[in-house]
Design a protein around this ligand. Structure first.
Ligand SMILES: C[S@@+](CC[C@H](N)C(=O)[O-])C[C@H]1O[C@@H](n2cnc3c(N)ncnc32)[C@H](O)[C@@H]1O
Length: 292
């Protein structure tokens, strides 16, 4: 079994300075609410604004995401094909392409026409059901800020359900990673950033699928990489406690160079009868200190 690895804290690039005329309104439709998505919507910019934003997205992918890949995939870009899971209309997917990778995208929202218009390959699908894609089709997958909302847990996380068998919903955190790792080849990688409500059960489920490395990152998010193998990773025992929302604002505290204080779970959500309840005052007993 692999040992959990912890990388150093990393930052995202500074958001560019934009003028009002660099942005355009993209109205919500009945199918797609998009006014909160400007940071990953290429349609929300004028030509000059898009030039500035594309440079930002390129830098973001190059400086924050490519370094999460295994070293051979960082070096030998043309030989590795990835999938962006939750790609919206392709903004970050195209930045991966400009960084040298062949990329496919899947997205649940009805924006695939815009993905194609941007010159990209992909389809409308849920990452819970990737049945149109073959086993081991991709060298790597990117799951960047696409799960870990509160709604995601109240819907899919059954780990605290008093009677999980009473819930017949097939989509769970466990089935999500089964679905995703099926399409990654052995020795391939899933990388990404967990945000907002990432939990111990997500970390444990990721760990089942290979060698897991975690990186603390901006605004308390958690970067991760799993290199797919059958051995999985042993994760330090996870304290099963509910937490308050107010306790969720900080997940990682850098202690000193090379060492990070990591709290697992970070922001556990307890699901009882489909209601999300959070109540917790963290104490030092809930901390684990892990070496790099
Ligand atoms: C924060 S955005 C993605 C940002 C990402 N860095 C990118 O590539 O632009 C999350 C995306 O995941 C999509 N998403 C959420 N649940 C999904 C699912 N079950 N299957 C596919 N896409 C999903 C959302 O519609 C949204 O477009």
């Amino acid at each position: 079994m692999n040992t959990l690895a912890i990388g150093p804290h990393f930052e995202r690039p500074a958001f560019p300075k934009l003028k009002d005329e660099h942005q355009v309104d993209v109205p919500d439709t009945e199918k797609v609410v998009r006014n909160f998505r400007k940071i990953y919507d290429w349609k929300a910019y004028s030509p000059e604004g898009l030039r500035i934003m594309e440079s930002y997205w390129d830098t973001f992918v190059r400086s924050a995401f490519v370094p999460l890949l295994p070293a051979p995939m960082q070096r030998d870009r043309q030989r590795h094909r990835g999938i962006n899971l939750g790609t919206f209309n392709g903004t970050y997917q195209k930045a991966w392409v400009r960084n040298g990778y062949a990329m496919y995208g899947v997205e649940i929202a009805d924006v695939i026409d815009e993905l194609h218009e941007y010159g990209l390959e992909g389809e409308r699908a849920s990452f819970f059901d990737l049945s149109s894609l073959a086993d081991g089709e991709f060298d790597f997958g990117v799951l960047d800020r696409a799960i870990c909302t509160k709604g995601f847990y109240s819907t899919y996380d059954r780990s605290h359900d008093p009677d999980p068998s009473a819930n017949e919903r097939p989509e769970t955190v466990e089935s999500l990673f089964e679905s995703i790792f099926r399409i990654i080849r052995p020795g391939g990688a899933l990388i990404g950033v967990l945000y907002n409500w990432y939990t111990g059960s997500v970390v444990s489920q990721l760990a089942r699928h290979g060698a897991l490395k975690l990186w603390p990152t901006y605004t308390g998010c958690l970067g991760f990489r799993v290199v797919k193998d059958d051995a999985g990773t042993s994760v330090p025992s996870i304290v099963e406690e509910p937490m308050t929302e107010s306790a969720c604002f900080r997940r990682f505290y850098p202690v000193e160079a090379g060492v990070a204080a990591l709290f697992l779970p970070t922001n556990e959500v307890i699901v009882r009868g489909h209601e999300t309840t959070c109540e917790f005052a963290p104490t030092s007993a809930h901390w684990s200190v892990l070496s790099k």
